[in-house]
Design a protein around this ligand. Structure first.
Ligand SMILES: C[S@@+](CC[C@H](N)C(=O)[O-])C[C@H]1O[C@@H](n2cnc3c(N)ncnc32)[C@H](O)[C@@H]1O
Length: 248
């Protein structure tokens, strides 16, 4: 997959290493909505360079980490975790067999998948009966979608042509592929930084916005997403949604 390779993947990894605690609230989202258990087999979709994978692998019996980008997954392989199996497959191309996973977890990845019907069919095959599907992603009518379409699409080294979600489409896919009617919740995530400048640098790197500079990334974020100071930290609003459903 061309999209998350080369400089795009390199800058993504670099960014997460430079700002290791900026996304701490994302772990809270995982713990609250996925609520992983130590006897479970979990499949992670679009895991990227493994932001969640290490922590998640410590909470479950086995973690299958998938992403279409081999380069992103190199970081997960480096963890050397015995209970992690790595698969370089997109959600729409999953070759895993029937009823092997207790739960599926995905964060910030499925808007990159253009065959969401195939992906959900795969999820239904791979999950055990009553298995959970927990997907946090970008919804089309949100400030986050506006940020991606205005800033990232223009300035990212690879462009950013994606397909964001609507509640209705998520519900339709669940209906069509054998899932219960999903519950969908707003996530009022704050990504946290020591300075405003750090926000510009973080966005510049995480989205590989090499066609502009960190100053423009910060300006756009202030205008579109909003930044608030709480205590000593600058909080960047990151408004996603999470969809939770169960295989029937
Ligand atoms: C923004 S990154 C998110 C990575 C990780 N979940 C995180 O939170 O840091 C998006 C990831 O989606 C992956 N991706 C692209 N197409 C995909 C597809 N069809 N199915 C699953 N993941 C995909 C990319 O390779 C990339 O690693």
């Amino acid at each position: 997959m061309a999209e998350f390779s080369g400089i795009r993947s390199q800058m993504y990894k670099e960014c997460l290493k430079e700002f290791p605690s900026a996304r701490n609230e994302d772990f809270e989202v995982m713990n609250k909505y996925l609520a992983p258990k130590d006897n479970e087999i979990v499949l992670e979709i679009g895991a990227g360079s493994g932001f969640f994978s290490e922590k998640l692998s410590e909470k479950v019996k086995k973690l299958i980490v998938s992403d279409p980008s081999k380069e992103q997954l190199e970081e997960v392989k480096k963890l050397g975790k015995k209970n992690i199996e790595v698969r370089d497959e997109g959600a729409d191309k999953l070759t895993l067999g029937k009823e092997i996973a207790d739960a599926i977890w995905s964060f910030g990845a499925m808007h990159h998948c253009f065959d969401k019907t195939k992906a959900f069919e795969n999820f239904a095959r791979v999950l055990k009966k009553n298995g959970r599907l927990v997907m946090a992603d970008v919804w089309h009518d949100s400030k986050l979608a506006k940020h991606f379409d205005t800033q990232v699409a223009k300035f990212c080294v690879t462009g950013h042509e994606v397909a964001f979600w609507s509640d209705e489409f998520a519900e339709s896919l669940c209906f069509l592929t054998g899932f219960e009617k999903p519950k969908i919740y707003d996530l009022k995530i704050n990504w946290k930084f020591k300075s405003k400048e750090d926000i510009g640098t973080f966005l510049y790197k995480i989205h590989a916005m090499t066609k502009t500079n960190p100053e423009e990334c910060l300006r756009g974020a202030e205008e579109i997403l909003g930044i608030e100071k709480k205590g000593d930290l600058y909080c960047l609003n990151w408004p996603m949604k999470v969809m939770i459903s169960k295989k029937k």
